[in-house]
Write a protein that binds this ligand. Structure first.
Ligand code: ADP
Ligand code: ZN
Length: 613
């Protein structure tokens, strides 16, 4: 039995029907961005490629069409670990959903398969390896299929950073099930990756929906590293004492040390890196998802698809390898659209280490050169005196006006005529043979005739002591900026600095340069609320109500063994604290309360509010 275009469960026009589902089932008022168009297009049987930033709202783009079309929506995702949460969240909404993977009990799988054949289930999540098995494909031959959603679609591409060989074989979907629309979704795809996705999944006749890359609710701050730890600690204490967040570190060792130290400082901080046993990793992940106020201290191993909407901050103790990685990692903050912080501290030493990693890798030389350039772009972001968001978006081929929600917009850094300083720094590198690092050159400039310098005879060079007008910190900043602006380059092996062609031209052509004044103390200029979600709109007395609502939520979540946000998002609770609904009718106005949640939890939360009043 091949049911080509599955018969509609719903008779009215898809847009009205879609809106009804959005409001009744999900409890949201309106579609965001292109969601409405995408849903209409796919519900009508069209193929689609969707590029939307993390938190943009991709899930609805396939969930609602699947509900509208009837039959089962097959969601292909590489992340078995996250499927259960996604399924639980859907079940809370009254949507019939299940996952089929190796963590799921055999009987449950059998009944899911049966429901698929009988058209009694709305969404089934499955990893590509499972989907491609003969028996699963045979099942799909028989079942009424609403659509295929290929999540994390960049995994089909070898260009992408998460290539999964099984994803490539998903080209079979177009051939074997031509009657089922395919929608591919991703948050990260440059032009070659996009082309691969469209080609491999045969989406040429479909529509592409490319949303802007901006994440307006994320506030970006980048500080030169002074004492990395104190900076991070103050940041968390002042802004996020009550929140969940992620602290990224470069190495496993630093991850462990930082988690220990944050724990000693009174936070619940858990390490996460590839060197930990899988059971420990998944236990830490589970706690991060299910509890509140957990800080995950992680290497990049803590990665793709961390599907927690209320991560309020992402802090980088060390710089990532490029802007893509930075944007992806910071993008894990604020998926629920509420104000969130991204803080990075960076030091020259981090850049040296990243260069070392590139050189030590097995990549061909051409690739290494690209990686070095990408790292330079990241350093440029760190040192820019302009809007951070502009630099980020331009990097992805997008643009924006100065955003007003980053550190440089809110307290523009002072700049100064750095021509003379740059000339001194470049000459110091040149006169000492272009093989010493910034630390050494700063000693030469400062006239510190230590043993090494005298042994090398560098106390005799014309640049010795010509930089006494500035202190060490100032010189460090200048060297970082000269590297970021590509006048100096780091020889990766020993961290020695030499002039680039641009640096030579700078001296030869007597060019001028403006540099950013070393920041004395750039504090976070805007405090997103203490408790994370935009609770800052709440007067103090309502904060108590919010806390009571949160603890009611935690109790329910614990009893069900699901993360609190599966019950209600922070935004819903803030809304409740603000509106103080006294009746079920008022309750229905709260953000994120659809029919099911209204029935299940409305009364309990009304009671909390009544008690408070
Ligand atoms: P993505 O998969 O693109 O990262 P999600 O689909 O997980 O994003 O959505 C991010 C968050 O935004 C979720 O908490 C979701 O419930 C919420 N959301 C999505 N669409 C809407 C909407 N139209 N109105 C309000 N909230 C929405
Ligand atoms: Zn800005």
């Amino acid at each position: 039995m091949n049911i080509s275009p599955a018969d509609n469960k719903n008779q009215s026009a898809p847009d009205a029907a879609a809106l009804r589902i959005l409001q009744k089932t999900y409890g949201f008022d309106a579609f965001r961005g292109a969601q409405g168009d995408i849903i209409q297009h796919v519900a009508a049987g069209g193929d689609a490629f969707v590029l939307m930033p993390t938190g943009g709202g991709k899930s609805l783009c396939y969930q609602i069409p699947a509900l509208l079309r009837g039959g089962v929506g097959i969601v292909i995702s590489p992340l078995i670990a996250l499927m259960q949460n996604q399924v639980e969240a859907l079940q809370q909404l009254g949507i019939r959903a299940a996952a089929i993977n190796s963590n799921v009990d055999g009987n449950v799988i059998a009944s899911t398969k049966d429901a698929m054949l009988r058209g009694l289930i709305d969404l089934v999540y499955v990893a590509p390896e499972r989907l491609l098995m003969d028996d699963f494909l045979a099942l799909l031959d028989e079942a009424p299929i609403a659509l295929f959603a290929i999540d994390e679609a960049h995994c089909v591409s070898q260009w992408g950073h998460d290539f999964r060989p099984h994803y490539k074989q998903l080209s079979i979907l177009a051939e074997r099930y031509p009657y089922a629309p395919r929608i591919a979704l991703t948050a990260t795809a440059d032009a070659p990756t996009r082309r691969d996705i469209v080609e491999c999944l045969k989406l040429q006749d479909g529509r592409s929906f490319i949303a802007g890359f901006d994440r307006p609710n994320i506030h970006y701050t980048i500080l030169p590293k002074e004492s990395g730890r104190t900076q991070i600690l103050n940041f968390i204490r002042q802004n996020h004492a009550e929140d969940s967040g992620i602290v990224y570190c470069l190495s496993r060792k630093l991850t462990e040390e930082t988690a220990d130290w944050l724990s000693r400082e009174g936070f619940t901080a858990l390490p996460y890196h590839a060197g930990l046993a899988p059971e420990i990793r998944s236990a830490h992940l589970a706690r991060f998802l299910k509890e509140e106020k957990i800080i995950m201290v992680a290497t990049i191993a803590f990665g793709m698809g961390i599907d927690k909407p209320d991560v309020r901050f992402v802090a980088h103790m060390t710089i990532p390898k490029n802007i893509e990685a930075y944007y992806q990692e910071t993008g894990r903050a604020g998926r629920d659209g509420m104000p969130s912080n991204a803080l990075m501290v960076y030091g020259a030493q981090d850049a040296v280490m990243q260069r070392q990693f590139i050189e030590d890798s097995d990549a061909p030389d051409a690739q290494k050169r690209i990686e070095h350039q990408k790292l330079n772009a990241l350093l440029g972001l760190c040192e820019t005196a302009g809007c951070r968001r502009q630099v980020l978006l331009e990097y992805f081929g997008d643009s924006c006006a100065p955003c007003g929600n980053c550190d440089t917009c809110l307290s523009p850094p002072e700049t100064f005529d750095g021509t003379l300083a740059a000339q001194k720094a470049l000459s110091a590198a040149y006169r000492t043979g272009q093989r010493y690092g910034a630390g050494y050159l700063i000693d030469v400039l400062g006239g510190n005739a230590d043993e090494r310098i005298t042994r090398n005879g560098h106390d005799q060079t014309s640049t010795f002591g010509i930089g006494k007008d500035m202190n060490k910190t100032e010189w460090q900043s200048i060297f970082r900026q000269l590297i970021a602006r590509n006048l100096l380059q780091t020889d990766s092996e020993h961290g020695g600095l030499s002039m680039t062609a641009q640096g030579q031209a700078f001296l030869r052509e007597k060019q001028t340069i403006r540099l950013r004044k070393p920041a004395r103390r750039a504090a976070l200029s805007r405090k997103p609320s203490r408790s994370g979600a935009d609770a800052s709109v709440l007067p103090d007395e309502d904060q108590t109500l919010l806390a009571a609502l949160k603890s009611a939520r935690l109790e329910i979540a614990r009893a069900q063994g699901v993360p609190p946000y599966v019950i209600f998002h922070d935004k819903s609770l803030v809304d409740m604290a603000l509106l103080k609904p006294a009746s079920m009718t008022d309750m229905a106005l709260v953000h994120g309360i659809g029919e099911q949640k209204f029935k299940k939890y409305g009364p309990a939360f009304l009671e909390v509010i009544a008690k408070f009043l």
